[in-house]
Ligand binder design. Structure first.
Ligand SMILES: C[S@@+](CC[C@H](N)C(=O)[O-])C[C@H]1O[C@@H](n2cnc3c(N)ncnc32)[C@H](O)[C@@H]1O
Length: 231
C-alpha cells in the first residue's frame, strides 16, 4: 500500500451503516458526534449516516478518483472478490449475511449507495482524498475516528511503527479511535495489536479491547478503542 496510490491496486468493497454500527458499537452515538471514517473506501456509512442527520467525514486516497472510475474498478473486481471468498469459505461466519449470494448483494448495495452520494458528498467536503499517516484536518476536529477493514487487517502492508503512526495521527484529529477487526487477511489475530497498544501506552494513550455483535471473519468480533486522554 505504500508508494504511489493506484486504482488498480484497490479492491473496492464497501460495508454499510448497520455493519459499521455493529463493528464499532455505535448504537448510542448522537447526531452531534463529529465522526471521521478513515480509509472509508466505497462504504455506504457516510451516505446513510448523512441521510439520517449525522455528521460524518470520510477520507481515503481512493476519493481522488471519480464515481465512474471507482464504479469501473468495482465491476472489474467483484468476481475476483467472491471467488476469493468461496475459496476460503471455512474462515467465514454467515450468521449476519445468510449466504454468499446475500453477502454479495449487501456489498453491491453499499457500493451503489456510496456511488450515488459520492460526487455531491465530495463537493460538500464529506469525502476527502487523503492517505494516512497524514490527515488534512486540524487538531481535535473530530470526536471519534473509525478504521474499518484497514488497520490490523493489512498487517503485512504496515509494520508496528506504521500502525502506531497512523493511529497517533487519527488521535491528533479525534479524541477517540476505534478499529475493527483485529484480524489479518488470513483470519489470524494481527501480530501488531499488543505491540501497538504497548507503544501507544508509552505515549500516554490508553486503550481497551471490546467484544462486539458482529463476526464475519471467524474470530473477528473484537474492536480496539484508543483514547487521546484518560477515559
Ligand atoms: C478494504 S477497504 C475498507 C473500506 C471501508 N472502510 C469498509 O470497511 O467498507 C480499505 C481501504 O483502505 C484505503 N487505503 C489504502 N491505503 C490507505 C492509506 N494510506 N490511508 C487511508 N486509506 C488507505 C483503500 O483505498 C481502501 O478503500
Amino acid at each position: 500500500m505504500a508508494g504511489e496510490f493506484k486504482l488498480k491496486d484497490v479492491l473496492p468493497w464497501g460495508r454499510n451503516r448497520a455493519e459499521y454500527v455493529a463493528f464499532f458499537d455505535l448504537n448510542d452515538i448522537d447526531t452531534d458526534t463529529r465522526i471521521l471514517d478513515c480509509a472509508g473506501g466505497p462504504a455506504s456509512f457516510n451516505a446513510e449516516m448523512t441521510a439520517a442527520g449525522y455528521a460524518v467525514t470520510s477520507t481515503d486516497p481512493l476519493y481522488r478518483f471519480s464515481a465512474t472510475e471507482i464504479a469501473g474498478r468495482v465491476d472489474e473486481t467483484r468476481i475476483e472478490m467472491i471467488a476469493g471468498l468461496r475459496a476460503a469459505l471455512h474462515r467465514f461466519d454467515f450468521t449476519w449475511h445468510e449466504s454468499i449470494e446475500r453477502h454479495e448483494a449487501i456489498r453491491m448495495a453499499a457500493v451503489g449507495d456510496f456511488l450515488a452520494d459520492f460526487e455531491a458528498g465530495k463537493r460538500a467536503g464529506r469525502y476527502r482524498s487523503a492517505a494516512l499517516p497524514e490527515l488534512p484536518f486540524s487538531d481535535a476536529a473530530f470526536d471519534l475516528a473509525l478504521s474499518s477493514h484497514f488497520l490490523f487487517l493489512y498487517s503485512d502492508h504496515f509494520d508496528t511503527g506504521q500502525h502506531v503512526a497512523n493511529i497517533a495521527e487519527m488521535l491528533r484529529a479525534a479524541a477517540e479511535v476505534r478499529i475493527f477487526p483485529l484480524l489479518d487477511l488470513d483470519g489470524e489475530p494481527s501480530r501488531h495489536v499488543e505491540p501497538v497498544r504497548a507503544l501507544l501506552a508509552e505515549r500516554g494513550f490508553d486503550s481497551e479491547i471490546q467484544q462486539v455483535d458482529y463476526e464475519f471473519q471467524k474470530g473477528g468480533n473484537r474492536m480496539l478503542r484508543v483514547y487521546r486522554s484518560g477515559r
